[in-house]
Design a protein around this ligand. Structure first.
Ligand code: ATP
Ligand code: MG
Length: 785
């Protein structure tokens, strides 16, 4: 059936081909980073289509981000052309939304349900915690939110949780009550939170086997990328979908049921690919066991191992292997490449995070001069807050960059307001959205009016949205009444555009609807009249949102406003609004999963950052951090930089940092260390020093306290030596003017003089090749000749 010259098999090694051509119920591909797992999955889909074993509509492929889904779709199209249309390639969440929108009426939701993001959930949670007076029991909105999220990922629903809850513990009782109330509120608002999208789909399949059957019949091939990061709910969803079609049940009377057999009783064929060394979402409930127990859950599964890495140079792989080897409880696998050693990994220690950022900016320019495009360079960090120092320097150095994930475009207040306007039209039951726009722009509607509207709605058993249309009956002053009537009118006008009724309704125009809402509500005018420069930026952002709706209409000629809102709600961390090329990508390590770049800077390689402080108390925490570090390293194709700073300002405090334990796990020979530019050892540029020139003494631009004045370079040397494991103690070394010494890096030289006492003795050495240097004798890598 397949020949070696098959274009689908070209450019694949033998085990990869095996994985592409295998046919059977279950296939597991386990392999390290960069070994072509995603590529194999793509080729496998193409091969199923090409051979006509599957129609596009019979394929369900799950990727980790929408962007990855888009790329996979594009690749398949390149391989098999038009035939790729109609496949479901999406994230778990997107697939579930599609299913739920179709089936919502089975359990009392409508197609146009809202998807609450974590900000929406937090707002609701705050209200509930207050209403239940739960703070008295030590419950916080954030704590309740994360616990509910965990429970949902474990497929626990609110009612069964309440039944099992330990009712003798009052805090537990209150929590259970909030959980139930929260679910009631979601239902009332015709809304799902993110975790519900998964959990409710599983519940739907279990409660309505005939609905599940519909999808079981449809999807004959299910393929999952990044399987190591699936949580319990996702795993159960896969299990539901791969069960054989249950068939019609027929009542035989007398309590006997018979199942009418199906023609094809076997379940969908399942392919999963993953790497247990890259499991980085255990904190969100991902379970590595999904991989390790695959063979038990799917007996007879074929397992394919891939060991050749096509992404990184050997040096980078060696560093990755050396680190991950320290995790216990894992199968050792060794990645190799035929690419050759490549450049050494570069290590850098700076005085501060600004120094570190400056080094990165300088190196980016240097790498660029060697012909690497900005878009092929990425900078990773463990926590979002680390991006600020980088951004400051990048802006000053005119390096174009974008932040993936982090503060998203869609998290901005004005964008959320605009979306709430759309939501209020599309899903009037979404009270959160309606309340949000009630007084934006300011209409003189305060808390009292809001309460009155809510009371009127409750008394008359209508929704909050509908109550707005009854301003006259609520007994409000004429000004407020006028404001509410006006809002009601705008919402209706937009509704006629966005949700046209009748047979010959023209296709909905999201752009037009949005413009009506923003203009006629007075929202845009208020911003335009404001003198606040921030409001100017807000107007621009809203213009951008209008542009997004146009783009959406171009890409989805049939797309409705509900489709638009779904797309917006599901934007994931590494999905990007505009994928304009020519910018350096900044992102957290979590976001970096699955991606690759020519040059990678892994920053802040310090204790308390990576491994992160919060991981210390978590079971398996440090191991997960090591996997995260491994994910970061293995994104690099040719150049990898590991950088850290001696001091770091966080939460307004400057503290001394310690090198990450993971650095010590990398053999010293793999890393070429550089210190801060501007140190007395004189390597590198001078920009770091220039930055702080002309500033008042004792202070720099960031208000970071300068390091102790005495021999900062010596302190840095010591720090670097600690990092590199070259810890020396030359405390006893007797040196005097005229002595000859040899230094590990600088070669031989003559001592001019020795100053200081005890551990702080400094040798002033004139090196034959590199000239004069000052060295802290105790730690300098020197010996007396
Ligand atoms: P990760 O674990 O990071 O998700 P992966 O196993 O999914 O990695 P891919 O992204 O599929 O790996 O592949 C890594 C790189 O190697 C890609 O650039 C891919 O195109 C390339 N590649 C994979 N297999 C081959 C091959 N047989 N020949 C040449 N290049 C390959
Ligand atoms: Mg991959």
């Amino acid at each position: 059936m397949f020949t070696d010259r098959d274009p689908l098999l070209e450019g694949l090694n033998p085990p990869q081909r095996d994985a592409v051509t295998y046919r059977g119920p279950a296939l597991l591909i386990v392999a390290g980073a960069g070994s072509g797992k995603t590529r194999v999955l793509t080729h496998r889909i193409a091969s199923l289509l090409e051979s006509r074993e599957a129609w596009p509509s019979q394929i369900l492929a799950i990727t980790f981000t929408n962007k990855a889904a888009g790329e996979m779709r594009e690749r398949v199209e390149q391989l098999v052309g038009e035939r790729a249309k109609g496949m479901w390639i999406s994230t778990f969440h997107s697939a579930c939304v599609r299913i739920l929108r179709r089936e919502a009426d089975h359990f009392g939701f409508t197609k146009s349900f809202t998807i609450y993001d974590s900000g929406d959930v937090r707002a609701l949670m705050k209200r509930l915690v207050k209403e239940h007076e739960a703070e008295a029991f030590g419950l916080t909105p954030a704590g309740v939110q994360s616990r509910i999220s965990k429970l949902k990922n474990e497929l626990q629903d609110a009612d069964s949780f309440s039944r099992q809850a330990n009712t003798s513990d009052p805090a537990e009782r209150v929590f259970a009550a909030i959980f139930q109330d929260y679910q009631r509120q979601l239902r009332k608002a015709n809304a799902f939170d993110f975790d519900d999208l998964l959990a409710q789909t599983v519940f739907l399949f279990r409660a309505f086997p005939q609905v599940a059957d519909k999808y079981r019949r449809r999807f004959t091939h299910i393929l999952v990328d990044e399987y190591q990061d699936t949580n319990h709910a996702q795993y159960q969803l896969i299990r539901e979908l791969t069960k054989p079609v249950q068939g019609e049940t027929m009542d035989l009377g007398g309590g006997m049921l018979a199942i009418m057999p199906e023609d094809e009783p076997q379940g969908a064929s399942l392919t999963v690919v993953g790497d247990s060394d890259q499991s980085i979402y255990a904190f969100r409930g991902a379970d590595i066991r999904n991989i390790t127990e695959f063979e038990r859950d799917f007996p007879g599964a074929k397992v394919v191992l891939l060991e050749q890495n096509y992404r990184s140079s050997q040096n980078i792989l060696d560093a990755a292997n050396a680190v991950i080897r320290n995790n216990f409880d894992r199968k050792d696998k060794k990645l190799w490449t035929s690419e050759g050693e490549g450049a050494p990994v570069v290590g850098f220690t700076g005085y501060s995070q600004h120094d570190e950022a400056q080094f990165i900016a300088d190196e980016i320019e240097a790498v660029r001069r060697q012909g690497v495009d900005y878009s092929d360079i990425a900078v990773f960090y463990r926590t979002n807050s680390q991006s600020r120092a980088l951004e400051e320097i990048f802006i000053r150095s005119a390096i174009p960059y974008r932040i993936m994930g982090g503060t998203k475009f869609y998290d901005r207040a004005e964008i959320k307001d605009a979306l709430a306007y759309l939501m209020a039209v599309v899903n009037p039951a979404d009270e959160l959205a309606v309340r949000r726009i009630l007084n934006r722009p300011k209409r003189g509607i305060g808390a009292v009016t809001e309460t009155n509207i809510a009371r009127f709605a409750a008394d008359n058993d209508i929704s909050f949205r509908d109550a707005i249309g009854h301003a006259a009956e609520i007994g409000l002053g004429p000004k407020i009444r006028g404001a509410l009537d006006q809002l009601d009118g705008v919402l209706r006008e937009a509704q006629a555009i966005l949700l046209p009724e009748g047979e010959d309704a023209k296709p909905t125009s999201v752009t037009e609807g949005l413009q009506i809402l923003l203009n006629k509500s007075g929202y845009l005018d208020t911003l335009r009249r404001s003198r606040d420069p921030q409001d100017e930026a807000r107007v621009e952002n809203l213009d951008e949102l209008v542009a997004v709706t146009r783009e959406f209409a171009r890409n989805n000629p049939e797309g409705t406003v509900v489709d638009f809102l779904t797309e917006v709600a599901l934007v994931a961390d590494s999905d990007d609004l505009d994928d304009s090329t020519g910018t350096v990508s900044l992102m957290t390590l979590h976001t970096a999963k699955g991606l690759e770049f020519d040059t990678v800077f892994l920053t802040g390689v310090e204790e308390d950052l990576i491994p992160h402080r919060i991981s210390a108390g978590e079971p398996g925490g440090p191991q997960e951090e090591r996997r995260l570090f491994y994910v970061g390293i293995t994104r690099a194709r040719k150049r990898l930089y590991l950088s850290l700073a001696m001091t770091r300002a966080q939460f307004g405090e400057v503290s001394a940092a310690m090198p990450s334990r993971f650095l010590q796990e990398i053999p010293a020979g793999l890393i070429e260390w550089r210190q801060s530019p501007g140190d007395v050892n004189g390597r590198g540029g001078t920009q770091s020093r220039a930055l702080n020139a002309n500033r008042p003494r004792g202070e720099n631009r960031w208000g970071v306290k300068p390091l102790e004045k005495k021999a900062p370079s010596a302190a840095l040397s010591e720090f670097t030596n600690r990092v590199t494991g070259k810890v020396r103690d030359n405390g006893d070394l007797e040196l005097a003017a005229g002595d000859r010494v040899r230094h590990d890096d600088f070669g031989e030289g003559t001592v001019d003089q020795v100053t200081g006492v005890g551990a702080k003795r400094i040798a002033h050495v004139r090196f034959d090749e590199v000239g004069p240097k000052k060295l802290l004798i105790k730690v300098a890598p020197i010996e007396k000749l």
